[in-house]
Ligand binder design. Structure first.
Ligand code: URA
Length: 479
Protein backbone atom coordinates (compact mmCIF):
# COMPACT_ATOMS: atom_id res chain seq x y z
CA UNK A 1 0.00 0.00 0.00
CA UNK A 2 1.24 3.52 -0.77
CA UNK A 3 0.12 6.42 1.36
CA UNK A 4 0.46 9.84 -0.18
CA UNK A 5 0.22 12.80 2.16
CA UNK A 6 -0.58 16.05 0.41
CA UNK A 7 0.39 19.22 2.24
CA UNK A 8 -2.78 21.20 1.56
CA UNK A 9 -6.33 20.46 0.44
CA UNK A 10 -5.90 22.57 -2.69
CA UNK A 11 -2.37 21.49 -3.60
CA UNK A 12 -3.07 20.31 -7.11
CA UNK A 13 0.62 20.41 -8.03
CA UNK A 14 1.51 18.04 -5.20
CA UNK A 15 -1.24 15.67 -6.31
CA UNK A 16 -0.01 15.85 -9.91
CA UNK A 17 3.61 15.16 -8.92
CA UNK A 18 2.64 12.26 -6.69
CA UNK A 19 0.26 10.82 -9.26
CA UNK A 20 2.90 10.91 -11.98
CA UNK A 21 5.34 9.12 -9.68
CA UNK A 22 2.76 6.45 -8.84
CA UNK A 23 1.94 5.90 -12.51
CA UNK A 24 5.65 5.59 -13.27
CA UNK A 25 5.91 2.99 -10.49
CA UNK A 26 2.86 1.17 -11.87
CA UNK A 27 0.88 1.43 -8.64
CA UNK A 28 -2.83 0.77 -9.26
CA UNK A 29 -5.43 3.06 -7.66
CA UNK A 30 -6.61 0.45 -5.14
CA UNK A 31 -3.08 0.34 -3.71
CA UNK A 32 -2.97 4.05 -2.90
CA UNK A 33 -4.29 5.95 0.11
CA UNK A 34 -4.54 9.72 -0.32
CA UNK A 35 -4.53 11.88 2.76
CA UNK A 36 -3.87 15.42 3.87
CA UNK A 37 -1.44 16.58 6.50
CA UNK A 38 2.19 17.20 7.20
CA UNK A 39 4.15 14.41 5.52
CA UNK A 40 7.22 15.07 7.70
CA UNK A 41 5.36 14.04 10.87
CA UNK A 42 3.63 11.03 9.39
CA UNK A 43 5.71 7.97 10.24
CA UNK A 44 3.72 5.67 8.02
CA UNK A 45 3.53 7.82 4.95
CA UNK A 46 5.84 7.17 2.08
CA UNK A 47 6.72 10.55 0.74
CA UNK A 48 4.78 11.45 -2.32
CA UNK A 49 6.85 9.97 -5.09
CA UNK A 50 8.69 12.60 -7.02
CA UNK A 51 7.89 12.61 -10.68
CA UNK A 52 10.31 10.36 -12.39
CA UNK A 53 10.80 8.92 -15.81
CA UNK A 54 8.54 6.09 -16.80
CA UNK A 55 10.57 2.82 -16.79
CA UNK A 56 9.29 2.14 -20.29
CA UNK A 57 10.65 5.50 -21.33
CA UNK A 58 7.20 6.67 -22.42
CA UNK A 59 5.83 9.26 -20.02
CA UNK A 60 2.06 9.40 -19.76
CA UNK A 61 0.72 12.28 -21.77
CA UNK A 62 -2.66 13.60 -20.81
CA UNK A 63 -4.95 15.95 -22.66
CA UNK A 64 -5.50 19.56 -21.68
CA UNK A 65 -9.13 18.64 -21.11
CA UNK A 66 -8.08 16.25 -18.35
CA UNK A 67 -5.68 18.76 -16.83
CA UNK A 68 -8.44 21.38 -16.73
CA UNK A 69 -10.88 18.88 -15.23
CA UNK A 70 -8.33 17.79 -12.63
CA UNK A 71 -7.41 21.38 -11.79
CA UNK A 72 -11.02 22.16 -10.91
CA UNK A 73 -12.15 18.84 -9.41
CA UNK A 74 -9.12 18.69 -7.10
CA UNK A 75 -10.44 21.77 -5.30
CA UNK A 76 -13.70 20.08 -4.32
CA UNK A 77 -14.35 19.33 -0.66
CA UNK A 78 -15.11 15.67 -1.43
CA UNK A 79 -12.45 13.63 0.46
CA UNK A 80 -12.38 11.11 -2.39
CA UNK A 81 -11.42 13.62 -5.07
CA UNK A 82 -7.70 12.79 -5.26
CA UNK A 83 -8.39 9.03 -5.38
CA UNK A 84 -10.99 9.55 -8.11
CA UNK A 85 -8.62 11.66 -10.14
CA UNK A 86 -5.89 9.08 -9.79
CA UNK A 87 -8.32 6.35 -10.87
CA UNK A 88 -9.04 8.38 -13.98
CA UNK A 89 -5.38 9.05 -14.66
CA UNK A 90 -4.73 5.32 -14.39
CA UNK A 91 -7.44 4.57 -16.95
CA UNK A 92 -6.09 7.25 -19.30
CA UNK A 93 -3.10 5.00 -19.93
CA UNK A 94 -5.30 2.70 -22.02
CA UNK A 95 -8.03 5.14 -22.96
CA UNK A 96 -6.40 8.49 -23.76
CA UNK A 97 -9.73 9.99 -24.88
CA UNK A 98 -11.58 9.02 -21.70
CA UNK A 99 -12.05 12.68 -20.69
CA UNK A 100 -14.32 13.10 -23.73
CA UNK A 101 -16.57 10.20 -22.73
CA UNK A 102 -19.20 12.15 -20.81
CA UNK A 103 -21.30 9.01 -20.29
CA UNK A 104 -18.58 7.29 -18.28
CA UNK A 105 -19.62 7.30 -14.59
CA UNK A 106 -16.18 8.31 -13.33
CA UNK A 107 -15.88 11.12 -15.87
CA UNK A 108 -19.41 12.25 -15.00
CA UNK A 109 -18.64 12.28 -11.31
CA UNK A 110 -15.46 14.29 -11.79
CA UNK A 111 -17.25 16.70 -14.10
CA UNK A 112 -19.84 17.18 -11.38
CA UNK A 113 -17.10 18.02 -8.87
CA UNK A 114 -15.43 20.42 -11.30
CA UNK A 115 -18.73 22.16 -12.02
CA UNK A 116 -19.48 22.64 -8.33
CA UNK A 117 -16.02 24.14 -7.87
CA UNK A 118 -16.45 26.56 -10.77
CA UNK A 119 -19.78 27.63 -9.35
CA UNK A 120 -18.21 28.25 -5.96
CA UNK A 121 -15.46 30.31 -7.60
CA UNK A 122 -18.10 32.38 -9.34
CA UNK A 123 -20.06 32.85 -6.10
CA UNK A 124 -17.02 34.12 -4.28
CA UNK A 125 -16.40 36.65 -7.06
CA UNK A 126 -20.00 37.76 -7.17
CA UNK A 127 -21.03 37.76 -3.53
CA UNK A 128 -17.98 38.67 -1.48
CA UNK A 129 -18.34 42.11 0.12
CA UNK A 130 -15.63 44.26 1.66
CA UNK A 131 -16.08 46.38 4.75
CA UNK A 132 -13.74 49.28 5.50
CA UNK A 133 -11.53 49.04 8.57
CA UNK A 134 -9.37 51.92 9.72
CA UNK A 135 -5.92 50.62 10.58
CA UNK A 136 -3.73 52.29 13.16
CA UNK A 137 0.00 51.95 13.70
CA UNK A 138 3.03 53.42 12.02
CA UNK A 139 3.38 51.04 9.16
CA UNK A 140 -0.26 50.41 8.58
CA UNK A 141 -2.36 53.50 8.60
CA UNK A 142 -5.28 54.14 6.31
CA UNK A 143 -8.12 51.98 5.23
CA UNK A 144 -8.08 48.24 4.78
CA UNK A 145 -11.05 46.50 3.23
CA UNK A 146 -11.94 43.25 4.89
CA UNK A 147 -14.33 40.61 3.64
CA UNK A 148 -15.61 37.39 5.11
CA UNK A 149 -16.48 34.47 2.89
CA UNK A 150 -17.39 30.84 3.52
CA UNK A 151 -16.59 28.82 0.43
CA UNK A 152 -17.96 25.34 -0.01
CA UNK A 153 -14.76 24.10 -1.64
CA UNK A 154 -11.05 24.83 -1.52
CA UNK A 155 -11.21 27.70 -3.95
CA UNK A 156 -9.78 30.64 -2.04
CA UNK A 157 -6.19 30.48 -3.31
CA UNK A 158 -7.39 29.69 -6.81
CA UNK A 159 -9.42 32.91 -6.72
CA UNK A 160 -6.67 35.14 -5.31
CA UNK A 161 -5.42 36.43 -8.67
CA UNK A 162 -8.91 37.58 -9.58
CA UNK A 163 -9.18 39.78 -6.48
CA UNK A 164 -5.64 41.06 -6.85
CA UNK A 165 -6.47 42.16 -10.40
CA UNK A 166 -9.80 43.64 -9.60
CA UNK A 167 -8.83 45.45 -6.43
CA UNK A 168 -5.15 46.07 -7.14
CA UNK A 169 -5.04 49.55 -5.66
CA UNK A 170 -6.89 48.74 -2.43
CA UNK A 171 -5.42 47.14 0.66
CA UNK A 172 -7.64 44.23 1.47
CA UNK A 173 -7.99 41.00 3.42
CA UNK A 174 -10.27 38.11 2.66
CA UNK A 175 -10.99 35.99 5.70
CA UNK A 176 -12.29 32.46 5.30
CA UNK A 177 -12.41 29.48 7.66
CA UNK A 178 -9.52 27.69 5.91
CA UNK A 179 -7.09 30.45 4.99
CA UNK A 180 -6.90 34.23 4.87
CA UNK A 181 -5.47 36.33 2.06
CA UNK A 182 -3.92 39.75 2.56
CA UNK A 183 -3.04 42.23 -0.20
CA UNK A 184 -1.05 45.34 0.66
CA UNK A 185 -1.15 46.89 -2.80
CA UNK A 186 2.10 45.15 -3.81
CA UNK A 187 2.25 41.63 -2.47
CA UNK A 188 -0.11 38.90 -1.51
CA UNK A 189 0.39 37.01 1.74
CA UNK A 190 -1.47 34.25 3.47
CA UNK A 191 -2.52 33.73 7.03
CA UNK A 192 -4.40 31.07 8.94
CA UNK A 193 -8.14 30.59 8.69
CA UNK A 194 -10.39 32.94 10.60
CA UNK A 195 -13.83 32.97 12.16
CA UNK A 196 -16.85 35.07 11.29
CA UNK A 197 -16.39 36.98 14.55
CA UNK A 198 -13.01 38.30 13.37
CA UNK A 199 -14.55 39.97 10.35
CA UNK A 200 -16.00 43.44 10.73
CA UNK A 201 -19.71 44.06 10.58
CA UNK A 202 -21.57 47.00 9.08
CA UNK A 203 -19.65 50.19 8.35
CA UNK A 204 -19.70 53.01 5.82
CA UNK A 205 -18.71 50.74 2.97
CA UNK A 206 -22.09 49.13 3.36
CA UNK A 207 -23.60 52.47 2.53
CA UNK A 208 -21.46 52.65 -0.57
CA UNK A 209 -22.61 49.21 -1.60
CA UNK A 210 -26.19 50.03 -0.85
CA UNK A 211 -26.07 53.18 -2.94
CA UNK A 212 -24.32 51.31 -5.70
CA UNK A 213 -26.75 48.45 -5.61
CA UNK A 214 -29.81 50.66 -5.41
CA UNK A 215 -28.53 52.55 -8.43
CA UNK A 216 -27.89 49.46 -10.52
CA UNK A 217 -30.99 47.63 -9.38
CA UNK A 218 -33.15 46.94 -12.39
CA UNK A 219 -36.50 45.56 -11.31
CA UNK A 220 -37.30 44.41 -14.83
CA UNK A 221 -34.57 41.84 -14.41
CA UNK A 222 -35.44 40.54 -11.00
CA UNK A 223 -36.59 36.99 -10.86
CA UNK A 224 -36.73 36.04 -7.26
CA UNK A 225 -36.44 32.30 -7.92
CA UNK A 226 -33.38 32.75 -10.10
CA UNK A 227 -31.90 35.14 -7.58
CA UNK A 228 -32.30 32.68 -4.76
CA UNK A 229 -30.77 29.94 -6.86
CA UNK A 230 -27.79 32.06 -7.77
CA UNK A 231 -27.42 33.64 -4.39
CA UNK A 232 -28.25 31.10 -1.70
CA UNK A 233 -29.50 32.58 1.54
CA UNK A 234 -26.21 31.57 3.13
CA UNK A 235 -24.56 34.51 1.32
CA UNK A 236 -27.31 37.00 1.94
CA UNK A 237 -26.32 37.74 5.51
CA UNK A 238 -22.91 38.99 4.38
CA UNK A 239 -24.30 41.27 1.71
CA UNK A 240 -25.50 44.67 2.82
CA UNK A 241 -27.54 45.29 -0.30
CA UNK A 242 -29.78 42.30 0.27
CA UNK A 243 -31.44 44.26 3.06
CA UNK A 244 -32.68 46.54 0.32
CA UNK A 245 -34.25 43.93 -1.90
CA UNK A 246 -37.76 43.77 -0.42
CA UNK A 247 -38.01 47.53 -0.39
CA UNK A 248 -36.67 47.82 -3.92
CA UNK A 249 -39.01 45.16 -5.19
CA UNK A 250 -41.95 46.86 -3.59
CA UNK A 251 -41.32 50.02 -5.56
CA UNK A 252 -40.16 48.17 -8.63
CA UNK A 253 -42.68 49.40 -11.14
CA UNK A 254 -42.24 53.01 -10.17
CA UNK A 255 -38.49 52.78 -10.35
CA UNK A 256 -38.11 51.06 -13.68
CA UNK A 257 -38.07 54.07 -15.93
CA UNK A 258 -34.97 56.17 -15.77
CA UNK A 259 -33.10 53.62 -13.71
CA UNK A 260 -30.64 52.63 -16.37
CA UNK A 261 -29.57 56.22 -16.92
CA UNK A 262 -29.17 56.82 -13.19
CA UNK A 263 -27.11 53.75 -12.64
CA UNK A 264 -24.71 54.51 -15.43
CA UNK A 265 -23.90 57.98 -14.22
CA UNK A 266 -23.43 56.73 -10.66
CA UNK A 267 -21.14 53.84 -11.29
CA UNK A 268 -18.92 54.78 -14.23
CA UNK A 269 -15.58 54.13 -12.54
CA UNK A 270 -16.62 50.79 -11.13
CA UNK A 271 -17.86 49.52 -14.45
CA UNK A 272 -14.68 50.48 -16.27
CA UNK A 273 -12.44 48.78 -13.72
CA UNK A 274 -14.61 45.68 -13.63
CA UNK A 275 -14.80 45.49 -17.43
CA UNK A 276 -11.03 45.87 -17.76
CA UNK A 277 -10.49 43.11 -15.22
CA UNK A 278 -12.95 40.96 -17.12
CA UNK A 279 -11.25 41.54 -20.46
CA UNK A 280 -7.90 40.72 -18.90
CA UNK A 281 -9.28 37.54 -17.42
CA UNK A 282 -10.83 36.57 -20.74
CA UNK A 283 -7.43 36.98 -22.40
CA UNK A 284 -6.33 33.87 -20.50
CA UNK A 285 -9.55 31.94 -21.05
CA UNK A 286 -9.17 28.17 -21.36
CA UNK A 287 -12.83 27.27 -20.78
CA UNK A 288 -12.97 25.29 -23.99
CA UNK A 289 -10.27 24.04 -26.37
CA UNK A 290 -10.79 26.83 -28.93
CA UNK A 291 -8.12 28.97 -27.29
CA UNK A 292 -5.41 26.55 -28.40
CA UNK A 293 -5.15 27.21 -32.13
CA UNK A 294 -6.51 30.76 -31.93
CA UNK A 295 -4.17 33.74 -31.89
CA UNK A 296 -5.92 35.56 -29.08
CA UNK A 297 -9.19 36.19 -27.29
CA UNK A 298 -11.22 38.80 -29.13
CA UNK A 299 -13.20 40.60 -26.46
CA UNK A 300 -16.07 43.05 -26.87
CA UNK A 301 -15.41 46.69 -27.70
CA UNK A 302 -17.23 49.97 -27.46
CA UNK A 303 -18.43 52.48 -24.92
CA UNK A 304 -19.51 50.86 -21.68
CA UNK A 305 -22.54 53.09 -21.49
CA UNK A 306 -23.71 52.10 -24.98
CA UNK A 307 -27.46 51.78 -25.35
CA UNK A 308 -27.06 48.98 -27.89
CA UNK A 309 -24.99 45.84 -27.65
CA UNK A 310 -24.45 43.76 -30.78
CA UNK A 311 -23.50 40.13 -30.39
CA UNK A 312 -21.94 38.26 -33.30
CA UNK A 313 -20.97 34.62 -33.60
CA UNK A 314 -17.21 34.45 -33.18
CA UNK A 315 -14.17 36.34 -34.51
CA UNK A 316 -13.16 35.45 -38.03
CA UNK A 317 -9.68 35.11 -39.50
CA UNK A 318 -9.00 38.86 -39.59
CA UNK A 319 -10.51 39.52 -36.17
CA UNK A 320 -8.37 36.75 -34.70
CA UNK A 321 -5.23 38.42 -36.04
CA UNK A 322 -6.26 41.97 -35.21
CA UNK A 323 -7.79 41.25 -31.80
CA UNK A 324 -10.90 43.34 -32.57
CA UNK A 325 -14.44 42.21 -33.41
CA UNK A 326 -16.02 42.72 -36.82
CA UNK A 327 -13.10 44.20 -38.70
CA UNK A 328 -13.09 41.72 -41.62
CA UNK A 329 -15.52 41.30 -44.54
CA UNK A 330 -18.56 40.64 -42.30
CA UNK A 331 -17.58 43.71 -40.29
CA UNK A 332 -17.64 45.84 -43.43
CA UNK A 333 -21.18 44.72 -44.26
CA UNK A 334 -22.15 45.33 -40.65
CA UNK A 335 -20.70 48.85 -40.64
CA UNK A 336 -22.48 49.70 -43.88
CA UNK A 337 -25.81 48.40 -42.60
CA UNK A 338 -25.41 50.25 -39.31
CA UNK A 339 -24.81 53.50 -41.16
CA UNK A 340 -27.84 52.81 -43.39
CA UNK A 341 -29.92 52.29 -40.26
CA UNK A 342 -28.73 55.58 -38.81
CA UNK A 343 -26.58 53.96 -36.12
CA UNK A 344 -23.02 55.05 -35.44
CA UNK A 345 -20.83 52.08 -34.63
CA UNK A 346 -18.84 54.16 -32.16
CA UNK A 347 -21.97 54.46 -30.03
CA UNK A 348 -22.46 50.72 -29.80
CA UNK A 349 -20.78 47.90 -27.93
CA UNK A 350 -19.87 45.03 -30.25
CA UNK A 351 -18.94 41.60 -29.02
CA UNK A 352 -19.21 37.92 -29.91
CA UNK A 353 -20.91 34.89 -28.39
CA UNK A 354 -17.66 32.95 -28.72
CA UNK A 355 -14.45 34.80 -28.09
CA UNK A 356 -11.99 32.62 -29.99
CA UNK A 357 -11.79 31.93 -33.73
CA UNK A 358 -12.79 28.37 -34.57
CA UNK A 359 -11.40 27.18 -37.86
CA UNK A 360 -10.21 24.23 -39.85
CA UNK A 361 -6.81 24.60 -41.47
CA UNK A 362 -6.92 23.99 -45.18
CA UNK A 363 -3.48 24.41 -46.66
CA UNK A 364 -2.42 27.88 -45.65
CA UNK A 365 -5.97 29.05 -45.16
CA UNK A 366 -8.06 28.92 -42.03
CA UNK A 367 -11.65 28.09 -42.83
CA UNK A 368 -14.36 29.28 -40.44
CA UNK A 369 -16.00 26.46 -38.49
CA UNK A 370 -19.23 26.85 -36.53
CA UNK A 371 -18.87 26.74 -32.77
CA UNK A 372 -20.79 23.86 -31.24
CA UNK A 373 -23.26 24.02 -28.36
CA UNK A 374 -20.58 23.12 -25.78
CA UNK A 375 -18.30 25.92 -26.98
CA UNK A 376 -21.15 28.43 -26.98
CA UNK A 377 -22.14 27.39 -23.46
CA UNK A 378 -18.55 27.53 -22.20
CA UNK A 379 -18.20 31.06 -23.55
CA UNK A 380 -21.56 32.24 -22.23
CA UNK A 381 -19.80 33.12 -18.98
CA UNK A 382 -18.18 36.12 -20.69
CA UNK A 383 -21.22 37.43 -22.49
CA UNK A 384 -23.23 37.20 -19.28
CA UNK A 385 -20.64 39.28 -17.47
CA UNK A 386 -20.56 41.81 -20.30
CA UNK A 387 -24.35 42.02 -20.14
CA UNK A 388 -24.32 42.40 -16.38
CA UNK A 389 -21.78 45.21 -16.48
CA UNK A 390 -23.11 47.20 -19.41
CA UNK A 391 -26.80 46.43 -19.06
CA UNK A 392 -27.53 47.80 -22.52
CA UNK A 393 -31.08 48.95 -23.13
CA UNK A 394 -31.16 46.78 -26.26
CA UNK A 395 -29.12 43.75 -27.27
CA UNK A 396 -29.09 42.58 -30.88
CA UNK A 397 -28.24 38.97 -31.65
CA UNK A 398 -26.60 38.68 -35.05
CA UNK A 399 -27.34 35.15 -36.20
CA UNK A 400 -28.25 31.85 -34.63
CA UNK A 401 -25.13 31.38 -32.51
CA UNK A 402 -25.57 34.73 -30.80
CA UNK A 403 -29.27 34.02 -30.25
CA UNK A 404 -28.51 30.64 -28.74
CA UNK A 405 -25.93 32.14 -26.45
CA UNK A 406 -28.18 34.96 -25.27
CA UNK A 407 -31.40 32.98 -24.91
CA UNK A 408 -29.84 29.67 -23.84
CA UNK A 409 -31.80 27.76 -26.49
CA UNK A 410 -32.11 27.42 -30.24
CA UNK A 411 -34.05 30.28 -31.82
CA UNK A 412 -35.41 30.31 -35.37
CA UNK A 413 -34.36 33.62 -36.84
CA UNK A 414 -37.03 33.74 -39.55
CA UNK A 415 -39.69 33.33 -36.88
CA UNK A 416 -38.25 35.60 -34.20
CA UNK A 417 -36.84 38.53 -36.14
CA UNK A 418 -38.64 41.84 -36.42
CA UNK A 419 -39.95 42.07 -32.87
CA UNK A 420 -38.55 42.79 -29.45
CA UNK A 421 -37.78 39.80 -27.26
CA UNK A 422 -37.12 39.46 -23.58
CA UNK A 423 -33.81 37.92 -22.57
CA UNK A 424 -33.78 35.40 -19.72
CA UNK A 425 -32.44 38.16 -17.44
CA UNK A 426 -35.26 40.52 -18.42
CA UNK A 427 -33.34 42.75 -20.84
CA UNK A 428 -34.71 43.65 -24.28
CA UNK A 429 -33.25 41.95 -27.34
CA UNK A 430 -33.77 41.69 -31.08
CA UNK A 431 -32.71 38.86 -33.33
CA UNK A 432 -31.59 39.22 -36.90
CA UNK A 433 -29.34 37.50 -39.41
CA UNK A 434 -25.56 37.51 -39.28
CA UNK A 435 -23.89 39.84 -41.80
CA UNK A 436 -21.86 36.97 -43.23
CA UNK A 437 -25.14 35.28 -44.22
CA UNK A 438 -25.59 38.17 -46.64
CA UNK A 439 -22.11 37.62 -48.02
CA UNK A 440 -22.86 33.99 -48.70
CA UNK A 441 -26.01 34.56 -50.75
CA UNK A 442 -25.09 33.74 -54.35
CA UNK A 443 -27.88 35.70 -56.00
CA UNK A 444 -27.45 39.47 -56.28
CA UNK A 445 -31.18 40.22 -56.05
CA UNK A 446 -31.61 38.04 -52.96
CA UNK A 447 -28.56 39.66 -51.40
CA UNK A 448 -30.01 43.11 -51.90
CA UNK A 449 -33.41 42.11 -50.54
CA UNK A 450 -31.89 40.43 -47.49
CA UNK A 451 -29.58 43.35 -46.87
CA UNK A 452 -32.58 45.68 -46.88
CA UNK A 453 -34.37 43.44 -44.35
CA UNK A 454 -31.24 43.41 -42.20
CA UNK A 455 -31.14 47.22 -42.23
CA UNK A 456 -34.86 47.30 -41.32
CA UNK A 457 -34.18 45.00 -38.34
CA UNK A 458 -31.38 47.26 -37.16
CA UNK A 459 -33.59 50.31 -37.53
CA UNK A 460 -36.36 48.68 -35.51
CA UNK A 461 -33.97 47.69 -32.73
CA UNK A 462 -32.54 51.20 -32.70
CA UNK A 463 -35.99 52.77 -32.63
CA UNK A 464 -36.92 50.65 -29.61
CA UNK A 465 -34.33 52.56 -27.60
CA UNK A 466 -36.70 55.48 -27.51
CA UNK A 467 -40.09 54.03 -28.37
CA UNK A 468 -42.20 52.39 -25.67
CA UNK A 469 -44.18 50.70 -28.47
CA UNK A 470 -41.10 48.67 -29.30
CA UNK A 471 -40.44 47.21 -25.88
CA UNK A 472 -40.46 43.39 -25.65
CA UNK A 473 -43.80 42.03 -26.76
CA UNK A 474 -44.53 44.83 -29.26
CA UNK A 475 -43.83 44.34 -32.95
CA UNK A 476 -41.61 46.22 -35.33
CA UNK A 477 -44.61 46.98 -37.50
CA UNK A 478 -45.57 49.68 -35.04
CA UNK A 479 -48.57 48.10 -33.35
N1 URA B 1 -18.18 37.40 -37.47
C1 URA B 1 -18.57 37.52 -36.19
O1 URA B 1 -19.57 36.96 -35.76
N2 URA B 1 -17.84 38.26 -35.39
C2 URA B 1 -16.76 38.91 -35.79
O2 URA B 1 -16.16 39.55 -34.95
C3 URA B 1 -16.38 38.78 -37.13
C4 URA B 1 -17.10 38.01 -37.96
Amino acid sequence: MRTVTLPAPDDVDAWRGAARGLIADDIPPDRVVWQLGDASTDLFAQAAAAPRADPTGAPLRVSRAFLALAGDAALHADPERFALLYAMLWRLRDAPKLAEDHADPLVRRLEGLAKAVRRDIHKMRAFLRFRAVEERGEEEGGTRYVAWFEPEHHIVRANAAFFVNRFASMRWSILTPGVSLHWDGRALSEGPGASRAEAPDGDPVEEVWKTYYASIFNPARVKVGAMLKEMPRKYWKNMPETALVPQLLASAQARESGMIATSRSDMGGNVTAAWEALREEAAGCTRCPLYKPATQTVFGEGPLDAGMMFVGEQPGDQEDLAGHPFVGPAGQVFDRALAAAGITRAETYVTNAVKHFKFEPRGRRRIHARPDAGEIDACRWWIEQEQMLLRPAVTVALGATAARSLFGRTMTISRERGRAQRLPDGGAAWITVHPSYLLRLPDEAAREAEYARFVEDLKAAHASLSSPRLKPGATAGGN
